[in-house]
Design a binder for this molecule. Sequence first.
Ligand SMILES: Cc1cc2nc3c(=O)[nH]c(=O)nc-3n(C[C@H](O)[C@H](O)[C@H](O)COP(=O)(O)O)c2cc1C
Length: 348
Amino acid sequence: MPESSENISKRKKEHIELCLTDNVSFKGKTTGFEHYDFVHYAPTEVEIDKIDFTQKFFKRIIKYPFLISCMTGGTIEAESINAKLAIAANELGIPIGIGSQRQMFEDKKNVQSFKIIRINAPDVPVLGNIGAAQVVRYKSIDPIKYMIEVIDADVMVVHLNPLQELLQKNGEPNFAGLLSCIEKIANEIEVPLFVKEVGAGISASASKSLLDAGVKGIDIAGAGGTSWAGVEILRNKEDERNYFWDWGLPSSYCIRTNAELKNDYDFVLIGSGGINSAVDAAKAFALGADIIASARTILQQLNKKSIEGVIELIEGWFAFIKKIMFLTGSKNLSELRNSKLKLEEELH
Ligand SMILES: Cc1cc2nc3c(=O)[nH]c(=O)nc-3n(C[C@H](O)[C@H](O)[C@H](O)COP(=O)(O)O)c2cc1C
């Protein structure tokens, strides 16, 4: 039986609460960023004040290559969170993702919690979002077109969360036919289609199939940050030693290996999953990410320090990244991506 709208809203509310109150990080696995260090370049000639992160993101200009990851929608709490995150994104000039838009169809009163993002962020790219489990069930792509229209989305994102669907009560771990649905959507919508994970990573070979199907952006959302298996295990009140809590491909591995696909494909590589500090962010760029993204850290910062806190955090991260660029002799992010990291063991 399909899950009721009330149940979905309750689940979304619990997700937000658990991400704010409980330790839902990976337990024994990390992003892998700590295994790398920057290559210091003593004769640097980089002028810090001239570093500018402004760039094009499809039809819009963004000030920082940072995406507020797709998080929420479809509950009262979500509307207030989205309203504030959107103000921060617009002020910062950065793209922002919306949580799964499935709830728009379950109950019309949920639509405003999504629309508010575009209302409060009129100048920046907004990314629509829907799950693979829903996509394979739709008989046509009309619902996707509607999701794009409601928020005037610049990009549509399909999230692949097989692990979460597997562990979630009432989950739908059945993605049969997914690749052909993705190909159809990519061909028929008027904005680029991205695909993301939610914390278990996307391997380069998986990305290859997705890019061949017409996807224009891959958000690897790797392991080492928020464990969505962990969130569902806590919701189910199951034993935390569940093997799947730590399932997934670390973010550093996913970014590094997906970056190699750039030789053959033109796509946006988003590095995310456990980007919780400026150092993580800089390493994600150095490993090959075009854009970086964070979810839980941003939600927690919003909860603690409101809109100004989110703005300060992102500006602070990029001010810090500039210092790393100075010390590694990188005038821009392309130069930072060019052999500026080494595995720690090579530095002995
Ligand atoms: C409260 C919350 C709700 C989320 N809901 C969605 C969602 O609806 N769709 C989606 O694609 N990802 C969703 N995510 C996953 C994030 O976009 C992200 O991929 C994941 O949390 C890993 O990033 P992190 O380690 O920075 O948290 C959600 C994350 C959080 C914290």
